[in-house]
Design a protein around this ligand. Structure first.
Ligand SMILES: Nc1ncnc2c1ncn2[C@@H]1O[C@H](COP(=O)(O)OP(=O)(O)OP(=O)(O)O)[C@@H](O)[C@H]1O
Length: 458
């Protein structure tokens, strides 16, 4: 199985044991789609051979001590070599006795495989008992993680279940699945009602851990889940994220005591392949006009437009649709089934432009997304502190938002809209903290804009 251009995993076109060598020449490779896959494959091989790249590894998956069935799953997905985080984290994660882990690596560098392979390695498939729990901050991310569990566990007997809203029948009595993936509210509820029996849980994973532990994020709910875990035996606690801001680091160390730590330096946080731009807009209304003028470019690949508020996402998508553009909007006020169908449509390429809020700022992995627009810059007060006129920029959320593009060595573009002194200063702070230049694009010169963008994507 390989992940096709559209997202979730589909039957294989790459045979078992695939390598990153270019596929043998074949007349069918003349289509653009296949040509671009070919180019990505070649540059990926180069990057995985470069010791300075976060995709580099000196080892093979065989050397990391994985079970044969999991190696089969990996090769079936077209993975040929580990990335740096996989190479460094997996031996520590799989060692016995199990040890906790706090792992940090740039967006799109393969953290999911590291914790999914750990869960799959630790489960005893002969027992119909829940043995691993994984929490993520959104249902969209929980569903994506589950698709990776199922794909990597394809040659195992793994049984899985979701702990996300409106997924199980209200009268569901017992979950016996080996691995349960969900969001903290529903997970707490199912544990409290003893629908999930946690007595044999051995692994507890927090993806996007800084957000899951932050008191301004999902901290309280995550702690509730942890407090319900068994005390009769040690549970391996695994925390992963691209960001671990100072204010959650010490809590993370208490949450996962004596953890092995893999950390990044501040200057390593931003991904090389993502070129960052900004556009100086006159005012709020001008931001809308500029977004509309960008439409052609937004639809070359796929794009995600981030807004600060749900109503902004709804308003601009309604206006654009009324003007004849095809866009979709997604945020947390929509009901579960609608959210699922919107993200699935986007994942499968039926929608090319997704206007959204921070709900999908983290973790979502859609390879064809080559552009991210920060229609509104992310601010600290987005995290629920209430409105604050002097809001500081939320650098972590910024890193995660732009990380929806440039996945695993691909190229991507991010564009920030600024429209007054305040937003300009906020962006300047982000630029300083990340130590990476954000380049200006003229709002009145569409040709220049197109040229700069195409160059950045080459
Ligand atoms: N060893 C590998 N070889 C080839 N592709 C890989 C490998 N590891 C991961 N990938 C692919 O890289 C992409 C990014 O991986 P993943 O979603 O795990 O990133 P991440 O580090 O969790 O990012 P984020 O911080 O945004 O959550 C996925 O499409 C995944 O299938």
């Amino acid at each position: 199985m390989e992940k096709d251009a559209d997202g979730f995993y589909t039957p294989a076109t790459i045979p078992s044991g695939a390598t990153t060598d270019p596929p043998a020449s074949d007349a069918s490779q003349t289509t653009d789609l296949i040509k671009s896959t070919f180019e990505v494959t070649v540059t990926l091989a180069d990057q995985q051979a470069d010791p300075n790249s976060p995709l580099f590894s000196a080892k093979t998956f065989e050397e990391l001590g994985l079970h044969q069935d999991l190696l089969k799953g990996l090769y079936d997905l077209g993975f040929s070599k580990p990335s740096k985080i996989q190479e460094r984290a997996l031996p520590l994660l799989l060692a016995n006795p199990p040890q906790n882990m706090i792992g940090q690596s740039q967006s799109g560098t393969g953290k999911t495989a590291a914790f999914v392979l750990t869960m799959l390695s630790r489960v005893d498939f002969s027992k119909n008992k829940t043995q691993a729990l994984c929490l993520a901050p959104s249902r969209e991310l929980a569903r994506q993680i589950m698709s990776v569990v199922v794909a990597m566990g394809k040659f195992t007997q793994v049984q899985t279940e979701y702990a996300i809203k409106d997924n199980l029948p209200k009268d569901a009595k017992h979950i016996t699945a080996h691995i349960v993936v969900g969001t903290p509210g529903t997970m707490t509820d199912l544990m409290r009602r003893k629908v999930i029996d946690v007595s044999e849980v051995k692994v507890f994973v927090l993806d996007e851990a800084d957000n899951m532990l932050d008191q301004d994020g999902l901290g309280d709910q995550t702690l509730r889940v942890k407090n319900m875990l068994p005390r009769s035996h040690p549970v391996q606690i695994i925390l992963f994220s691209a960001t671990f801001p100072e204010h959650v680091r010490s809590f993370a160390s208490k949450f996962a005591p004596n953890a092995n730590k893999i950390e990044l330096q501040q200057e390593e946080l931003s991904v090389e392949g993502i070129r960052q731009f900004y556009m100086d807009c006159r005012d709020e209304e001008h931001k809308y006009d500029i977004l509309v003028s960008l439409y052609q470019l937004l639809t070359i690949g796929q794009s995600i437009i981030f807004c600060q508020h749900r109503h902004t996402a709804d308003n601009i998508s309604k206006r654009m649709i009324a003007e004849g553009h095809k866009v979709a909007s997604l945020h947390g006020a929509k009901d579960a089934s609608e959210r699922d169908s919107i993200i699935d449509n986007f994942r499968e390429g039926r929608e090319k432009v997704l206007i959204t809020t921070n709900v999908i700022a983290r973790g979502i992995d859609i390879l064809q997304v080559n552009m991210v627009v920060n229609y509104d810059l992310p601010l600290m007060n987005d995290r629920g502190r209430g409105f604050d006129n002097d809001a500081r920029p939320d650098v972590e959320t910024y890193i995660h938002r732009i990380g929806r593009t440039g996945r695993f060595g691909r190229k991507g573009i991010s564009i920030n809209f600024v429209h007054d002194k305040k937003t300009w200063l906020q962006m300047e702070q982000i630029e300083k903290l990340l130590g990476k230049k954000i380049i200006r694009i003229e709002t009145n010169d569409l040709d220049d804009m197109e040229e700069k963008m195409k160059k950045a994507l080459k």
